[in-house]
Design a protein around this ligand. Structure first.
Ligand code: PPS
Length: 303
């Protein structure tokens, strides 16, 4: 891909602020900076992820846990309005005037999040996904951006991903930052893969963490309404409500495959080996074992 056209398109599409990249059309440096002093309530729950790690899936689970009206299909409120992204406040929601408990979503690295969270005010659910699947999902997602006037091939995207030149920066830095600062926060780590293997248990973990007791029937409803096939059909959950000038759904879906191990269908052996080398080097001191294939047995965060 011609370097010049690529640079021009990327510079138009993203800006760099405090070490990472943001989409020009959805936020500004001033908005990001203002979040540092956002007032946090003890009852706040933040869902935090690196992009393409199961955000809208976990958002659906969380919204179903907190809102009976959502479980029963009684309210016409989409998931982004229920648990807005703090850094891309597309609906201009006044966070201060929201009733407690407030739910929020964010892709921010730990150092750009509201400071108060570090004093264990509020709760954070950090969902992560094996970075090969996250990368492949991100690669396909980049094709949907209406204002990115270039189509990236996988080789180019892989380079950008590994060097942190994508929206939200480096996967490695994002994960490391949150994981190594976990003692500062009231935080629950979950993986996309464990949700995929046993969604019910993941729902129960979240319920315990946020201190909400639900009966079996409610939990069954949450599991059913957060399945890939149900969410794909659900206009309040599938993100087709995003304005067309931001995402062009003629080019693909937000809910694309929803599997573990799709990277094997996309990356070449050479690309995968190169990825493994970078992963090994950057992650060598972190006690996490990701599931790279749905048939892998053991995975998780070692305490
Ligand atoms: S974003 O843009 O960062 O908010 O994207 P994010 O929601 O984090 O990730 C999108 C991927 O999550 C998959 N997804 C699901 N997988 C399984 N079950 C359910 N219910 C579900 N909902 C979303 C979605 O399909 C994207 O992954 P890929 O691999 O591209 O399919």
């Amino acid at each position: 891909m011609a370097q010049e056209g690529l640079e021009e398109a990327l510079n138009y599409f993203v800006f760099k602020h405090k070490g990472i990249y943001f989409q020009t059309d959805v936020t500004t440096p001033e908005v990001i900076d203002s979040l540092e002093h956002m007032e946090i309530r003890d009852s706040d729950v933040f869902l935090v992820t690196y992009p393409k790690s199961g955000t809208i899936w976990s958002q659906q689970v969380l919204n179903l846990i907190f809102h009976e009206g959502h479980r029963k299909g009684l309210e016409d409120i989409n998931n982004m309005a229920r648990a807005p992204w703090i850094e891309y406040n597309l609906y201009n929601i006044n966070f201060d005037s929201r009733q407690s408990p407030r739910l929020f979503t964010s892709h921010l690295p730990y150092y750009l999040m509201p400071k108060d969270l570090r004093f264990k005010r509020g709760k954070i659910i950090y969902v992560c996904r094996n970075p090969k699947d996250a990368m492949v999902s991100f690669y396909h997602f980049y094709k949907l951006f209406s204002r990115l006037h270039v189509t990236l091939d996988l080789e180019t995207f892989l380079d950008l991903f590994l060097s942190g030149r994508v929206i939200c920066g480096s996967w490695f830095d994002h994960f490391r930052g949150w994981y190594t600062h976990k003692e500062d926060y009231n935080i629950l780590f979950l993986t996309y893969e464990e949700m995929k293997k046993d969604l019910r248990s993941a729902v129960m973990k979240i319920c315990n963490f946020v201190d909400i007791k639900l009966d079996d029937q409610a939990v069954d409803t949450i599991v059913e309404k957060s399945s890939f096939s149900t969410m794909r059909q659900d206009p309040l959950a599938n993100y087709e409500f995003i304005p067309k000038d931001l995402l062009d759904f003629k080019k693909g879906d937000f809910l694309r495959k929803g599997t573990v191990g799709d990277w094997k269908n996309t990356m070449t052996v050479t690309q995968s080996e190169m990825f493994d080398r970078v992963y090994k080097e950057k992650m060598k001191d972190l006690p996490i074992k990701f599931l790279w294939d749905i048939n892998d047995e053991e995975a998780g965060m070692l305490k």
